[in-house]
Design a protein around this ligand. Structure first.
Ligand code: HEC
Ligand code: HEC
Length: 509
């Protein structure tokens, strides 16, 4: 009987198993999907769904090869195919900080459904037994808790499960294994920076984070922990710990408020301790040859302090590794984009950073051309190669037309746990332009990630923003004003009191 039982079970269950059909949509839906796909998706994902298209070699991560059946974002077990809903969700939301756009609101729900069914036709396995994947239960998230004991437990799990190997001890994407990671298509892949959860590909609610480490991301080194982190409480402690590492939004700014002070500006922690930092997005330079389609740096935090004659600027950005060997320069020759060039460090390129400023007073909204200026409006470039210990002032009249002014800037630079901190100090006078008090000074930034072989015009850059030199007097004027206000107030209260006292006495007598 004991041997018969399983057989009997199979006997009864078989019709049910056979009846559960794979969710492949109708012929009409797939045909509708193809129609949209060929117009909106094929130039990135390829007409045959194999990511063999015009745009693919320029994009990292590369557009998905749907014939591989490898889908990063699934509600299913590691190594399995996604559900139709998973695919629809990815189409709707897109993948932030990659070239995959969100289609929600652009395509109708019917079109998105048709597309999901059409994508399934590129991988025959969707039609077989693997087409019915095992769903991982993702419970509704309990409310977030920042209880220190709970978060400490989360950190413990983070460390015990070697998340730190890839994501780094403080989650900045700079773990010891990070530089060696590649995806299934052979391209280098960076572990997510947990301190910037807006860059997560599969959106970043707490349920999304839970799903990511439960299911893993197929096609990438990001493993599944379904079998290793077993307690529900531990799973949410880990989610909340990851959650606690990042603010909600990038909070990009447009102006750096620069405090004025009299006396020496001594480059160090103390100088910038009270300065407010402003965070700016960095994107790849893709307009002129040397294009950086996937820059290593995606944001920079900037602070400033000035005195009568000088200004000190602090630049901070996250970098997976510090490249302090090799060389770099804004003028370094870069070949026109070469799709066969390896993505990572090839010629010994070092990290570098630059602050770009106008070299004369701009008229109205006029700005130097962002490609290192031009002859009509040159730009002043405060530049430092982090393989050296110096910083210089350059004048740019366009890429390939950059000259050294022979002026050195004072500089400090340090790399610690995934963060570069570079401080530069120089004159407030740039050629015949002076950064005036109470004025807005146009400024932009460039960062080179040596690991990405960024050099010359292959670089990450920001748009034009502003420094605002706060008036120096405010601080010194505010104090005496407050003093006088207090004296007058005390005198007034005294007078009022005296008058009332006298009036009361008069009444009594
Ligand atoms: C400009 C290029 C581009 C276009 C256009 C584009 N994609 Fe993508 N797509 C990408 C890239 C790049 C990725 C990979 C992102 C990653 O791996 O993080 C991707 C990934 C995907 C994924 C992968 C989901 C997963 O779980 O791995 C799906 C599904 C997808 N795209 C569907 C579409 C559909 C459908 C369209 C058209 C409506 C489309 N894409 C248009 C670039 C593009
Ligand atoms: C072997 C390396 C490795 C380990 C170990 C690892 N990860 Fe990852 N993780 C990655 C990589 C690589 C990515 C980026 C995948 C991508 O961009 O497609 C990633 C991405 C993520 C993301 C972002 C997903 C998204 O939507 O973009 C989260 C969250 C995450 N990992 C959490 C964890 C947690 C929690 C652990 C430990 C329990 C862990 N990872 C362990 C390599 C790793």
């Amino acid at each position: 009987m004991r041997t018969l039982l399983p057989l009997l079970l199979i006997w009864f269950a078989y019709p049910a198993m056979a009846m559960q059909e794979n969710d492949l949509g109708t012929e009409v839906q797939r045909a509708e999907g193809k129609e949209v796909y060929d117009i909106k998706c094929a130039h990135c994902h390829g007409y045959e769904g194999d990511a063999n298209a015009v745009a693919t070699s320029y994009l990292r991560p590369a557009p998905r090869d749907f014939t591989s059946g490898n889908y990063k974002f699934r509600s299913t077990e590691s190594g399995e195919l996604p559900t139709t809903e998973d695919i629809k969700r990815s189409i709707r939301l897109g993948m932030p900080y990659t070239s995959m756009p969100p289609w929600d609101g652009i395509l109708s729900e019917n079109e998105i459904t048709g597309l999901a069914y059409y994508l399934k036709t590129f991988e025959p396995a969707f039609e077989g037994p693997y087409g019915n994947p095992t769903i991982v239960d993702i419970p509704k998230a309990p409310s977030y808790s920042d209880d220190p004991v709970h978060l400490a437990r989360g950190r413990e799990i983070f460390e015990a499960n070697q998340c730190t190997d890839c994501h780094g001890i403080n989650g900045r994407g700079n773990g010891p294994s990070a530089p060696e990671l590649v995806d299934d298509w052979g391209f280098p892949i960076r572990p997510a920076d947990m301190t910037k959860r807006w860059t997560f590909r599969a959106s970043a609610t707490r349920e999304d984070v839970y799903r990511t480490f439960m299911t893993g991301l197929n096609g990438t080194p990001m493993p599944s922990y379904l079998q290793t982190i077993n307690e529900e409480e531990d799973r949410w402690a880990l989610v909340d710990y990851v959650w606690s590492l990042s603010r909600d939004e990038p909070d990009y700014g447009t102006v750096v408020s620069v405090r004025g002070q009299t006396g020496e500006l001594e480059l160090g922690d103390e100088l910038f301790a009270d300065a407010t930092g402003t965070y700016f997005p960095i994107v790849g330079q893709i307009i002129e040859p040397g294009r950086a389609f996937y820059p290593g740096v995606n944001g920079i935090r900037v602070k400033g302090v000035y005195n009568e004659s000088e200004i000190a600027i602090e630049l901070q950005w996250h970098d997976m590794t510090a490249e302090t060997e090799g060389r770099n320069h804004p003028d370094t020759d870069v070949p026109v984009f070469d799709a066969t060039e390896p993505d990572t460090l090839t010629g010994g390129w070092s990290d570098a950073v630059a602050v770009l400023l106008p070299s004369r007073t701009p008229e109205g909204l006029e700005r130097p051309y962002f490609m290192f200026g031009d002859s009509k409006f040159p730009m002043t470039i405060w530049y430092t190669d982090l393989a050296t210990d110096s910083a210089v002032v350059l004048t740019g009249q366009g890429a390939g037309r950059i000259t050294d002014n022979g002026v050195e800037l004072e500089r400090t630079a340090a790399y610690e746990d995934g963060v570069w901190t570079v401080r530069l100090k120089g004159s407030r006078t740039l050629g015949d332009y002076r950064m005036q008090e109470s004025a807005f000074v146009p400024i932009s930034f460039t960062a080179w990630d040596g690991f990405n072989a960024e050099r010359g015009n292959k670089r990450g850059l920001s748009a034009w923003y502003h420094l605002y030199l706060e008036p120096m007097e405010t601080e010194s004027a505010a104090l005496p004003m407050a003093k006088w206000f207090l004296i007058v107030l005390v005198a007034e209260v005294a007078i009022v009191g005296l008058v009332r006292f006298r009036a009361r006495r008069r009444k009594k007598t």
